[in-house]
Design a protein around this ligand. Structure first.
Ligand SMILES: [Mg+2]
Length: 290
């Protein structure tokens, strides 16, 4: 990068940071942290381990492009399935997960971090979810409408638990986002288990599945529900030819069963021990400096 380019970028970045600080009422210590490699003591909020992943989910054009990429590919799979259809075939269907696949919870993560929290918080999630601050994942609605226009059914399968009204909340979100097939036949909500296999089996008994979408390999096969990191990686390599074909994976750096593989729990508690486990995972492979 040339010097003038650097200087223009640095000025623009300084103005942006200043704007954020003025808008957010951040303290002077935050300015110091921006200028150094390490945050000052007392800047715990600025050292929140969720910041990088959440910033990516909130701002990276690459993140949203990956969603479009997934849905563009899904459309291609549907087109291929439509081309191959023969008389007597079962009708076509698509199965999709909801959270981090068809819809995004960006304001939840923003709120969580503003509360100084660095781990997923289930009680805040349950409070946030009925408020319909959800947004459609880029490309999702266009793809579902594309399916609908071609008589390809879309089935929504989610694992959530917000008590007795869980199903109603999920349905309201489908309606809020104006997704097609927002009806009882097409929405499966599993409250007691993250095992979505029964929904897949039921849909498969009546339909030919053109493609499945999810942000968690458990959305594809239940056998990824293991807590051993190496085993999950081994299973993933076993299925390497399936990705982008039978199953299309969307990115999610904040939550999912990859988290469970590290902590033994999909929603680990914000303890010192768990922060150590996170560091251990982040240094799974690390240069020794020699
Ligand atoms: Mg999901």
């Amino acid at each position: 990068m040339s010097k003038p380019e650097k200087s223009v970028q640095a000025d623009s970045e300084r103005r942006r940071v200043l704007g954020l600080l003025l808008a957010g009422g951040a303290t002077a210590t935050a300015c110091a942290a921006q200028n150094g490699k390490r945050a000052e003591s007392g800047d715990e909020d600025l050292r929140n381990s969720l910041l990088w992943a959440a910033a990516w989910k909130q701002t990276a054009a690459e993140y949203f492009a990956l969603c479009h990429q997934a849905y563009n590919l899904a459309r291609l799979r549907v087109d291929l399935a439509l081309d191959k259809r023969a008389a007597g075939d079962k009708p076509l269907a698509v199965i999709t997960d909801l959270d981090n696949t068809a819809m995004h919870a960006r304001s939840y993560w923003g709120y969580l971090i503003n509360q100084g929290l660095d781990f997923f918080d289930d009680s805040i999630w349950d409070e946030w979810l009925p408020k319909n601050q959800i947004t459609a994942a880029p490309g999702a609605k266009d793809f579902f409408d594309y399916c609908s226009a071609r008589n390809v059914d879309v089935f929504y399968v989610t694992n959530r638990d917000q008590g007795e009204r869980t199903y109603e909340y999920a349905m309201k979100q489908l309606e809020f986002l104006e997704f097609p097939f927002a009806d009882d036949e097409h929405l499966y909500v599993f409250r007691d288990s993250s095992d979505k296999s029964p929904a897949r089996a039921e849909v498969r008994s009546k339909f030919q599945i053109a493609v499945m979408l999810g942000d968690n390999l458990n959305d594809y096969q239940r056998d990824y529900y293991v807590t051993d990191i190496a085993e999950r990686l081994r299973l993933m390599e076993r299925d390497r030819d399936h990705f982008g074909r039978e199953f299309i994976l969307l990115p999610n750096p904040t939550d999912g069963h990859w988290v469970r593989a590290i902590f033994g729990d999909s929603e680990p508690q914000p303890t010192r021990e768990n922060r150590h486990l996170l560091k251990q995972a982040a240094t799974y492979i690390a240069w020794d400096g020699q």
